[in-house]
Design a protein around this ligand. Structure first.
Ligand SMILES: Cc1cc2nc3c(=O)[nH]c(=O)nc-3n(C[C@H](O)[C@H](O)[C@H](O)COP(=O)(O)OP(=O)(O)OC[C@H]3O[C@@H](n4cnc5c(N)ncnc54)[C@H](O)[C@@H]3O)c2cc1C
Length: 396
């Protein structure tokens, strides 16, 4: 590599969880990898996520493990090792919001579901919570339902993005596609070309840009892999009940009726961030109508809580994934070749990102001996992206 014709091993496009996790993996393997982000790091689905690193029990509310719930079961353990500095990516600096998630139903569970939760298969993954151990939101005699604790983690996503990006600030750059283009030569992507004449060549290219993968592929006249978007409309409420809650409410569907995560806003107030069926069924509703529904839902589920002064907002956001028949939810992470040296990745869930990175790493060309590991000096004059602000600090 010379500075007039810089060359790296891998160019990653997209700075959400997928791109940043890959950057950490590849650099740890001795690859000279750089990442290009068009707006702010984590700005799309990653920062909108609820931060749950789950083992798939929320997909088993029908009373049976599906292929999907089994594939994901190993993930909380994988992330826990990374949090201890003993995994493939070091995330010891990341804040953990909770070491477990709750699952509750307003009534007693069906005997099928309660014997499933008590089964050997789920030992250590789902525990019944005794009345004395209830979290503050359920610590009231008026609560008559069933409450379980899941061995899932909840991460503070802004801190996760900071943890993954901080060690590699000299490898992360902002890109303005009105001034740069990817160049392809038959079955190979060759380089990134800026309109000021600068070029950056690479052996491998990885698109990890979430919904942006579609337009990146179009830029190279590639039609595959096709992408799907599954929309959600999340609901946020800031309130005066100052306890965090991380919990799924089971309703009559096999998916959670409501999923609540809790986030401290920059003004110090508590925000409950709500997804689940509320967010899927809320797609296409006006924000006012959905907030009305969420308000009724919350007051029906927690009649004993005084939420004090509340402020409400909604966040419409798409999940971007590899296309499935009939727009169903994919059950695996995705990392496949679009041409000889281009991989396209969608983790499909924050949780499955390590699995996506394993798949991607296995498909990269072998690392050439003696290659430079230093990020090219010629790139250092490029602008650097900031970290995105979470929605609980932008929407109110
Ligand atoms: C509301 C919601 C809640 C969720 N909650 C959870 C959860 O609790 N647990 C879980 O496991 N999963 C969850 N998910 C799924 C999870 O968030 C996503 O699977 C994951 O964040 C996708 O990460 P990504 O890096 O592929 O994409 P994104 O997070 O969308 O990141 C893509 C990045 O690429 C950048 N980009 C886009 N186009 C370009 C381009 N042309 N050039 C350069 N950069 C580009 C974007 O600006 C962005 O920074 C949730 C999803 C949503 C929508």
């Amino acid at each position: 590599m010379t500075d007039s014709h810089p060359q790296v091993d891998t160019i990653i496009v997209g700075g959400g969880i997928a791109g940043l996790w890959l950057l950490n993996r590849l650099v740890a393997e001795g690859r000279n990898a750089v990442l290009f982000e068009q707006s702010a790091l984590g700005s799309s689905q990653t920062m909108a996520s609820q931060g749950m690193i789950h083992g798939g029990i929320k997909y088993a509310l029908g009373g049976a493990l599906t292929g999907e719930s089994e594939a994901i079961a190993a993930m909380p353990g994988h992330w826990a090792r990374c949090l201890e500095g003993q995994g493939d990516v070091d995330i010891r600096a990341c804040n953990v919001l909770s070491r477990h998630f709750y699952l509750w139903s307003t009534r007693s569970l069906t005997s099928r579901l309660s014997s499933f939760f008590a089964s050997k298969m789920l030992r250590g993954r789902v525990d019944n919570v005794k009345p004395d151990d209830r979290p503050p939101a359920f610590d009231n005699p008026a609560f008559k339902g069933s409450l379980y604790r899941l061995a899932d983690l909840v991460l503070d996503v802004p801190s996760l993005i900071e943890t993954l990006s901080a060690p590699h600030r000299d490898r992360i750059f902002k890109i303005d596609w009105s001034r740069a283009r990817l160049q392809r030569n038959d079955r190979q992507v060759t380089h990134l070309q800026w309109d000021n004449g600068m070029k950056l060549a690479a052996d491998n290219f990885i698109f990890a840009a979430g919904a942006g993968n579609e337009s990146l592929l179009a830029q190279l006249d590639l039609e595959q892999p096709a992408m799907q978007r599954r929309p959600l409309q999340q609901v946020l409420v800031k309130h005066d009940f100052d306890s965090a809650l991380y919990a799924h409410c089971m309703g009559s569907n096999p998916s959670p009726r409501l999923t609540i995560s809790s986030h401290r806003c920059s003004d110090g107030r508590m925000c409950w961030y709500m997804g689940g069926d509320l967010a899927t069924e809320g797609v296409g509703m006006s924000a006012e109508a959905l907030i009305d529904k969420a308000r009724r839902e919350l007051f029906e589920l927690f009649p004993w809580i005084d939420f004090g002064q509340t402020e409400w907002a909604t966040l419409p956001v798409d999940r971007a994934e590899p296309k499935q028949s009939q727009l169903i939810k994919p059950d695996k992470a995705y990392a496949e070749r679009a041409c000889d040296n281009l991989l396209v990745c969608w983790p499909t869930k924050l949780t499955l990102t390590p699995d996506m990175a394993n798949q991607a790493c296995e498909q990269l060309a072998p690392l050439p001996a003696g290659a430079s590991t230093e990020a090219p000096a010629a790139l250092q004059s490029l602008e650097k992206p900031v970290i995105a602000t979470p929605c609980w600090d932008t929407l109110f």
